[in-house]
Write a protein that binds this ligand. Sequence first.
Ligand code: ADP
Ligand code: MG
Length: 273
Amino acid sequence: MSELIITDLKANVGEKQILKGVNLTVRSGEVHAVMGPNGSGKSTLSHVITGKPGYTVTGGSVTLDGVDLLSLPAWKRARAGLFLAMQYPTEVPGVSLEALLTASATEAGRDAGAVKAAIAAEAERIGLAEALIHRPLNGDLSGGEKKRNETVQLGVLEPKIAILDEIDSGLDVDAMRAVTRRIEEETNNADAPLGVLAITHYKRLFEELEPDHVHVFAQGIIQTSGGAELAEELEKTGYAEWVSNDEPEEDDLGTFDPFSDTTFADRLNLHEG
Ligand code: ADP
Ligand code: MG
């Protein structure tokens, strides 16, 4: 049984405070949904927990099975059992998925042959074309292929706790079903059930993946928590209740979702008329 404990976590980007005291505990087998408006700090939360550079932690703690994650570099956090499926998976020219996973898993003491077999099995299971295992990581992949790719990594690396940052963005219904079904299976894995922190805007993520807890995240903190019914409610009401009226909503050009319904041109006001 594993436990990720986030206590009063505060973090800045430059001078600006983004995380304002986040408290959340994710245990093996549990699925926690974190839902909130654009620009509220959800990706920042995932980055601070996993150790992406560029953020300053100003208070609080994050532990995984008692290990202080915030004092470790990102790779040691991964070694401790933490996994991040990125909102915008990074393209890595010259490094294939197979090379990445083989290096990562053999360095952790696993047999290279067994890892290669596991990669092939996971790719087949999730519907990722075999050729993509050998191509540069995420290079010229579609949205669906990128997120399948992330899910293969999750399946092979077998983390204790996975953070999924909008794994539903850019997915068609088939990819969505394949990805969420695979992750749900891991949360029910009898030997080592996966704990999940799933960041999303949409309850469609939860058709296959069943949330045990739903948290509304806005203005840098968890505003309220509930069960799966809260996701239904949010789909109807939106987040207006938790977004301050005095502060204009962030212009989140820096964090926009290129896969959302709004087009590039709309966001940039380049459309005609
Ligand atoms: P969300 O994922 O909820 O949409 P983010 O965590 O991406 O929100 O962003 C939260 C706020 O922090 C936004 O106002 C965003 O512009 C700002 N921010 C995030 N990362 C950076 C960065 N590297 N530099 C400057 N501002 C940033
Ligand atoms: Mg985000």
